[in-house]
Design a binder for this molecule. Structure first.
Ligand SMILES: [Fe+2]
Length: 212
């Protein structure tokens, strides 16, 4: 939330390691309306509103624009964040997106808790369905007011074993999947983009990226 970054006093560059990227600080989405979104995340799901920051300039774009950046705090101090941009909002932005494209999943500890959440969500007037058995987890689903699919999930009793088995073969399964699907994807997308590893600047809107 704060753009100030603590830099090491030493000239030596710190090593990077997986442990440094230790959790998601926030995931951010567009919202139709700050108060409507606060109702769902704070009153229904129970995440306290931790910040409602008002800005009048789009960062990095040197462009005057009034907007609010909202942060809801989860139990482990991560945040779900939203942008409310009154002069750049259209209803089509909030068409419910397929779970394949985007969804958020929160975790509870027991199946009883999961079912209690389904009842609570339905009582609040948001349709909620499930649990769906995914093998390693069981989940209920709903949509927030902005078209973001929200999942609440509980681990299966065999979760650790299932994941350990899957993890042991994950790279091999992925390799076989790539071989099986490559031709169909090449015909839809082209080999160039499938093989791309850096950023193809011709396909990126760089107008909003701050020059160093
Ligand atoms: Fe999921």
């Amino acid at each position: 939330m704060n753009e100030t970054v603590n830099e090491t006093a030493s000239a030596a560059k710190p090593e990077v390691s997986l442990e440094q990227l230790h959790h998601i600080h926030h995931a951010a989405y567009r919202c139709r309306d700050a108060e409507q979104t606060r109702w769902f995340y704070e009153d229904v799901l129970g995440f306290p509103l931790a910040a409602a920051m008002v800005f009048d300039e789009e960062p990095g774009a040197n462009k005057k624009r009034d907007y609010m950046h909202l942060f809801f705090q989860m139990g482990d101090d991560n945040f779900i964040a939203f942008f409310d941009v009154p002069d750049d909002v259209e209803e089509k932005m909030f068409i419910a997106r397929h779970g394949f494209d985007q969804h958020l999943a929160f975790e509870v500890d027991t199946m009883d808790e999961l079912k209690a959440w389904r009842r609570k969500i339905n009582k609040a007037g948001r349709p909620c369905f499930g649990p769906i058995d995914h093998g390693f987890i069981h989940s209920i689903y709903m949509y927030d007011p902005n078209g973001v699919q929200v999942e609440v999930t509980v681990r299966d009793p065999n979760y650790d074993q299932i994941l350990a088995d899957d993890s042991a073969k994950a790279h091999e399964v992925l390799k076989q999947w790539t071989e099986k699907t490559r031709a169909a994807k090449e015909s839809r997308l082209g080999a160039d983009v499938l093989d791309m590893r850096g950023i193809d600047l011709s396909k990126v809107d760089m107008t909003k990226v701050k020059k160093p």
